[in-house]
Design a protein around this ligand. Structure first.
Ligand code: ADE
Length: 250
């Protein structure tokens, strides 16, 4: 299905230069040039005050590291929201809902996402209270900041924008896509034999129903062996508040 709607991302970060290599890569570059995707970078420091344009400060109550200040972050988000039809604010944090293909699909249904990248020990809690963001984690590990996570979100979401991949079929065949989340079957290309390892006969047979059966079987087997958890996961929804809002503790 063709769609002319543009998916818009606004990234709020202290390190916009981290995105230049990523934005220049071929899939994204073509999508941006074709008007399918827009990515706008904003430096949170542009909303900071004073000679030093300070964006972080020591935590009240003591402790290590620095905390992102509420004022520049909230005012940056509000100014960026005013640059178009307001979008959903996504805060990248290891405390967020873990990103999976289902969440990617939910994010992909939003016309505009504001990706808020943190640094340092974290965000002043009032940022959460004021902006009520959807908090997203890309996994149970701690990055040095949200930028790499924001790139992961953009990268996974744009695969679902019609025409971005050129071949609309291919994202639908990805592992984890569709209703049944399964790992992909093994793929082969030329040559038919290498170091004594032959491509499975069925793939060379030209028998399409047999190929489809083999792939289905391999996909099921691989998922069972490697990620049996995927076969048991309950459905989730972006509007399910109980999963978005975390308990008050950090
Ligand atoms: N910022 C730091 N660690 C992160 C993670 N795992 N996911 C998203 N944002 C992060």
């Amino acid at each position: 299905m063709e769609s002319t709607a543009t998916m818009r991302f606004d990234v709020l970060t202290l390190f916009p230069e981290m995105f230049s290599g990523y934005l220049g890569q071929s899939v994204l570059k073509r999508a941006i040039q074709a008007g399918l995707v827009e990515v706008h970078l904003h430096n949170i420091r542009d909303w900071a005050e004073g000679k030093h344009r300070q964006v972080d400060d020591r935590p009240y109550g003591g402790g290590p590291g620095m905390v992102l200040m509420v004022r520049p972050v909230v005012e940056a988000v509000e100014a960026v929201q005013a640059m178009g039809t307001p979008g959903r604010v996504v805060l990248l944090t290891p405390q967020g809902r873990r990103l999976d293909q289902r969440l990617v699909e939910e994010l992909g249904r939003q016309p505009r996402l504001l990706l808020l990248c943190g640094r340092y020990e974290g965000f002043d809690e009032r940022i959460r209270e004021i902006l009520d963001p959807l908090e997203v984690s890309i996994g149970d590990f701690v990055l040095n900041g949200g930028e790499v996570a924001a790139m992961v979100v953009i990268d996974t979401v744009i695969r679902l924008v019609p025409s971005v991949l050129g071949d609309e079929q291919s994202s639908q065949q990805d592992s984890f896509s569709g209703e049944e989340r399964r790992l992909e079957y093994p793929q082969y290309t030329r040559p038919p034999e290498y170091r004594g390892l032959a491509v499975p006969e069925v793939l060379l047979s030209g028998n399409h129903p047999a190929v489809a059966r083999w792939r289905e079987e391999q996909s099921r087997k691989r998922t069972q062996e490697r990620r049996a958890d995927l076969l048991a996961e309950p459905p989730r929804d972006i509007n399910d508040e109980s999963r978005q809002r975390r308990p008050a503790s950090n």
